[in-house]
Design a binder for this molecule. Structure first.
Ligand code: DO4
Ligand code: MG
Length: 272
């Protein structure tokens, strides 16, 4: 069965590939994700495949997909936010509540791919990467695969007031996913290793790791909440929260390189 979908910048425009071979020019993620439950992987496997896909990688998302994120799904994320915030109880409440925290992160066209620069805000003095499993959902909310994501965030802006969350989380260069979409069932995502490494001037300045089994909620539950009153006819991407939080003395700097590895699917981005 096929395993990885990637998107490439060819001379004729963006083109999808499956396991390093181009799919037909008219293949779109939107159309593929629009048909929920019809054995998505088999439909892909039956498509003809062409030349080796050697054009540069793009983020594996189209303009039509929205990218959403869930938060405070790991205990470590709750603890870090409680410590930095003037309004600590909101994190405790949402961690224990039935309804998860969900927030809009990016339109597909704004997302950065593997190798593309990410950014920190000029008006924020405390900034971190957030390494996260990102679910790829079909139009029915079914989980068809995952990709590796970086929910780059301002801790100083969110810490000042939780109502500033959209400014802490949604700005140019704050969302990266890639390098491709690994096609697999949710069952295979329940205990994946996630690691984060930040390199500065050739030396590692932070490293940390967790596993997706530390997520407090199940993945189908998160997907279900997202689609509850918000149809996603072209499919959608859903970040599942971070479980790796650098210490309070750490902030990202221009020139850093952020490397996130989820079970071998490695997303690397320089900080602009
Ligand atoms: O509550 C703020 C955002 C949480 C988040 O992005 C995370 O836990 O990953
Ligand atoms: Mg996050």
């Amino acid at each position: 069965m096929p395993t990885t979908l990637t998107r490439h910048a060819t001379a004729d425009g963006p083109r999808w590939a499956l396991d390093d071979r181009y799919l037909p020019v008219d293949f779109t993620l939107s159309q593929w994700l629009a048909l929920p439950g019809l054995d998505a992987q088999r439909r892909l496997a039956s498509l003809p495949r062409g030349d080796v896909a050697d054009a540069p990688l793009l983020a594996p998302v189209e303009d039509a997909q929205e990218v959403w994120a869930s938060g405070v799904t790991y205990l470590s994320s709750r603890m870090a936010r409680e410590a930095e915030s003037q309004s600590a109880d909101v994190y405790q409440k949402v961690y224990g509540a039935e309804r998860p925290e969900l927030f809009f992160k990016a339109n597909g066209w704004r997302v950065r791919g593997h190798g593309a620069p990410i950014r920190v805000r000029d008006d924020s003095h405390w900034n971190v990467p957030e390494p996260e499993l990102v679910l790829v959902l079909d139009a029915g909310g079914g989980i068809v695969g995952y990709t590796t994501g970086n929910d780059v965030s301002s801790r100083s802006i969110e810490g000042e007031n939780p109502l500033y969350l959209p400014q802490a989380k949604v700005y140019e260069g704050a969302c990266a996913i890639g390098p491709g979409i690994r096609l697999c069932a949710a069952e295979r995502m329940r205990d994946l290793p996630i690691s984060l490494e930040i390199v500065r001037g050739g030396a590692s300045v932070f490293s940390g790791a967790t596993r997706t089994s530390q997520i407090k909620r199940n993945l189908e539950e998160l997907a279900g909440w997202l689609l509850r009153e918000l149809p996603q006819p072209h499919g959608a991407f859903l970040f599942t929260g971070t479980g790796v939080v650098p210490g309070e003395d750490f902030t990202l700097r221009g020139g850093d390189v952020v490397r996130i590895d989820i079970d071998g699917l490695v997303l690397e981005n320089p900080v602009q």
